[in-house]
Design a protein around this ligand. Structure first.
Ligand code: ARG
Length: 580
């Protein structure tokens, strides 16, 4: 609806240009807002205010001219001028009803595919394999996955890339520790990577011989020594299977096939450096090979270097990322490369993107974006830690989420059997953790708080899951299926109107999630939708409605609400429950 209205306004602008009222070289961005106060209509635009100056006209007069130039249509029921030159639109009831009907019948729930389908390469999760995944890995996995699902839903081809860190110097110390352990003992120790890492680190810090051996082993590993490779592979396999367990529990759609590890770029790193050299971009600085980009300066105004090779010959994180850009463009054929990585790596990615273009590793029109996110904080306002002060393993955190959800359900003395309760607790626990993350603005830090995330009130997973079961209970009670209902949508009560207006917004919300990589838009929307349903449900009897036509319409409103909630939650990677 918003799009249609935008098109109408664009047509009005074009007409005014032809008439010479507006300068011909103008191509304004048309902004349409949904006023909070419904007495201001369904949509409002400040277009006339924006264009008044370039047009050399009074904004109200320009608004009048725009209104006069709007093409004939049956979308707009009423349009009027407000204040200094705003235009408010009321959308026709017929249109609203048509859109509801269309969404009701549509397996895509009224969401239009993207105008142009692209290949999008999405880098997400990408943990370092030396340690087990911890709380800090939550956001990339969860947000990246929600955006990947949304892009796919809009018709894009998504290529997932799990750029795991498996190649750093830490592996020398891990290999040295592996060497010291025997078969059965080794397997046992490896079952807890967190303690394994700590033990190796301790040996490294205490014993100079061990530390030397660790350094030797990195060199051996990187030069392809077979025995080293074998040990390393064993470690990587264990670590990746820990990751996979976490993904499966979280419902994150990454598999082993999406793993494209840092080590996979190893053979290309010398080429990257050579290519930079050939293009005259390399500068040697204290033995290291660097590229200085004038776009990035320190406080003293000096260009910052991107180091691509250390003085000892070793390559760096940046070198691998340059190779990865080239691979994602040339082999994976990406049109858009998206990176879901901690905000603190912002400078790194800006440098990589700039350098990749400068060096010709990336086409001029290749889109590359880093979508940073804030930190998960504890209630003390510092990065979230476990009770003993260590980092919390993600697997333990998820256990805790499930246990807390179970306790909550038991307290609520629900009608579920014990087995059902356990099953429901899993969904509630995991989705609470996911939703708490997704519902916050990606770029802010957020406080990890069990009580708020597991609350049945507010913008939380339990609230939405419960809202969904409530809608579905209408159908259980009526003994009808939500699909294939006959009858017309009728919007007489203002609560029906409000619910309908919320329902038809789904399309634009999904598109804005994809465009901005901001899943919290969708969370906010679903919360609004559940609220609009709740007001409707309390004020408008459904099964008890006297008029059968009204009953049918209300059933359809409920059905479309359920469908929209379900589809929205699915895009967020959250499964719904029929009962809880
Ligand atoms: N492994 C890195 C880390 O844990 C994140 C990798 C992100 N992706 C990338 N292409 N650099 O910090």
């Amino acid at each position: 609806m918003k799009e249609q209205l935008e098109q109408l306004l664009a047509a009005a602008v074009a007409t005014l240009k032809e008439q010479g009222t507006l300068p011909a070289d103008l191509s304004p961005r048309i902004q349409l807002d949904r006023p909070r106060d419904k007495s201001h209509g369904d949509f409002a635009t400040n277009l006339a205010l924006m264009l008044a100056k370039p047009a050399g006209m009074n904004p109200r007069a320009l608004a009048e001219a725009l209104l006069a130039a709007l093409p004939e249509n049956d979308l707009i029921a009423d349009a009027n001028l407000a204040g200094p030159g705003f235009i408010n639109f009321v959308v026709s009831q017929d249109q609203l009803i048509q859109q509801l009907q269309q969404a009701y019948q549509d397996p895509r729930v009224g969401v239009q595919p993207a105008a142009q389908a692209k290949r999008i390469v999405i880098d997400y999760s990408s943990p370092n394999l030396a340690k087990e995944m911890h709380v800090g890995h939550l956001r990339s996995a969860i947000i990246g996955d929600a955006v990947a699902r949304t892009e796919e839903f809009l018709g894009h081809t998504v290529v997932r890339q799990n750029h795991v860190g498996d190649w750093g110097t830490q592996f020398g110390m891990l290999l040295a520790h592996m060497e010291e352990l025997e078969g059965a003992e080794l397997a046992m120790e490896l079952s807890n990577l967190e303690t394994f890492y700590k033990a190796a680190k301790q040996r490294f810090d205490e014993s100079p011989e061990f530390a030397d051996r660790a350094r030797e082993l990195v060199v051996a590993l990187q030069s392809g020594d077979e025995k080293c490779r074998g040990l390393w592979q064993q470690f990587i396999d264990v670590s990746l299977s820990h990751c996979q367990e976490v993904y499966d529990r979280l419902g994150v759609q990454l598999t082993r096939a999406d793993v494209m590890a840092e080590s996979a770029y190893n053979d290309d790193l010398a080429n990257v450096v050579e290519d930079l050299r050939e293009q005259g971009l390399l500068v040697e600085d204290q033995g290291a090979q660097c590229v200085f980009l004038e776009e990035f300066k320190n406080k003293e105004g000096e260009s910052l270097p991107v180091i691509v090779q250390k003085s000892g010959g070793g390559y760096l994180y940046a070198t691998t990322d340059l190779a990865a850009v080239r691979y994602r463009q040339n082999v994976l054929k990406g049109d858009h490369l998206m990176y879901f990585v901690d905000q603190r790596q912002g400078l790194h990615f800006q440098q990589i993107f700039t350098l990749a273009k400068k060096a010709g590793f990336a086409r001029e029109d290749l889109e590359m974006d880093h979508y940073g996110f804030g930190t998960v904080m504890g209630k003390d306002g510092r990065p979230y830690k476990s009770r003993d002060g260590g980092v919390t393993k993600l697997a333990d955190l998820l256990d805790q989420a499930e246990a807390r959800a179970l306790a909550l359900l038991q307290e609520k003395n629900s009608e579920l059997s014990t087995a059902e309760q356990a099953q429901v607790a899993k969904v509630v626990g995991i989705s609470s953790v996911k939703y708490a993350d997704l519902s916050k603005n990606r770029t802010s830090d957020y406080i990890f708080d069990w009580d708020t995330m597991l609350s049945f009130e507010g913008n939380t997973a339990p609230y939405l899951l419960y809202a969904y079961t409530r809608v579905m209970s209408v159908f259980a009670k009526a003994g009808v299926e939500p699909t294939g209902l006959s009858g017309e949508f009728m919007l007489q009560d203002e609560r029906e109107q409000a619910l309908a207006n919320t329902l038809v917004r789904f399309n634009e919300v999904v598109h804005s999630v994809a465009n901005k990589a901001m899943p919290h838009f969708l969370c906010g929307y679903l919360f609004d939708l559940a609220g609009a349903f709740s007001s409707f449900y309390e004020a408008c009897p459904i099964l008890q409605a006297e008029d059968p036509a009204v009953k049918q319409s209300r059933l359809k409103l409920a059905a479309l609400t359920a469908k929209t909630l379900e589809q929205g939650l699915e895009l967020l990677g959250i499964e719904t429950l029929d009962r809880m």
